[in-house]
Design a protein around this ligand. Structure first.
Ligand code: 9D3
Length: 274
């Protein structure tokens, strides 16, 4: 899969590409990431990519022409083929695992990284096929979002995770096939490793018991509990089994009867922290 990234900071991506999963996918030939300096698509001596906003206001806006030329040059490389052209912007649709799974089916993606106050709207209207945001927080450009999207898409490609199964399981398996965050709508259960006691903090007894049926039930219960407390939005529309329902009502009773501190009381000043 080929990613073409259009940016004024191509060097920004070097470290991301030189470590871990993306490095491995590049070396293994499952992914190819090409960096394009937006300034190479300007005509003036100063290699100008931005200008003042029509209508006034603070800051600068990316001019449409260099971005248009950069995308046209990429399209000219594979005439007649269509591929997604993604504009990263705070106004975009929210990036999700479902979108990563959709994008993974493409053999080529173009990612346009904006900066400053934004990008001339005609790019979103006439050049980009998708406009994507990675969340409701303010960044200063689309470079980190582009790197994030590449990471999440590349790890789904066959052969990248080493374990051929895990990518398959997460992206194609039927909902009943096994535990997986997001797709199956539950947060993960807690994980522990040795030592069984650390600083006086003990690993839950059940995990040392060797009773696999009990371990499975405990994990399911903890996943449900964490999701219910922290991300109740994920439970709407989630297919709960009878066992899940019993588990959640038991939890509800427990929380009503005892005075177990709620998740938010760890943060006295707010309450909305995740
Ligand atoms: C003054 C209004 N700002 C919007 C909240 C302007 C503005 C903020 C940040 C304009 C551009 C940017 C740069 N951000 C991105 O390019 C960006 C982004 C982000 O800031 N958050 C989440 N996802 C993304 S994708 C691209």
């Amino acid at each position: 899969m080929t990613f073409d990234v259009i940016t004024i900071f191509p060097d920004f991506f070097r470290s991301v590409l030189e470590y871990g999963l993306l490095k491995r996918a590049l070396a293994g030939g499952q992914a190819d990431i090409r960096l394009h300096d937006l300034r190479d698509f300007t005509d003036d001596r100063h290699r100008t990519v931005d200008d003042r906003p029509f209508g006034g206001g603070p800051g600068m806006v990316f001019k449409p022409d260099p971005i248009f030329k950069a995308v046209a040059a990429l399209e000219a490389e594979s005439p007649g083929r269509r591929f997604p052209v993604i504009l990263l912007s705070p106004q975009g649709r929210l990036f999700t695992q479902a979108l990563a799974e959709e994008l993974m089916r493409q053999d080529r993606l173009v990612l346009i990284c904006g900066r400053y106050e934004g990008v001339d709207e005609r790019i979103a209207e006439h050049v980009a096929t998708h406009e994507i945001s990675i969340g409701d927080f303010v960044l200063s450009g689309g470079e980190l979002p582009a790197a994030l999207i590449m990471e999440s898409v590349v790890r789904l490609l066959p052969g990248v995770l080493g374990n051929e199964e895990s990518a398959w399981q997460e992206s194609f398996a039927a909902p009943e096939a096994g535990p997986c965050e997001f797709r199956h709508g539950l947060l993960d259960f807690p994980h522990y490793t040795r030592p069984a006691e650390f600083q006086g903090w003990k690993v839950p007894e059940v995990l040392l018991s060797g009773n696999h049926e009990e371990i499975r039930r405990w994990r399911r219960r903890r996943a449900l509990e964490k999701t219910w407390r922290r991300r109740p939005d994920l439970l709407t529309g989630f297919p709960l089994s009878d066992e899940d329902r019993r588990c959640l009502s038991a939890l509800q009773r427990e929380l009503c009867e005892s005075s177990v501190p709620s998740e938010s009381s760890k943060f006295p000043e707010g309450g909305q922290h995740q």
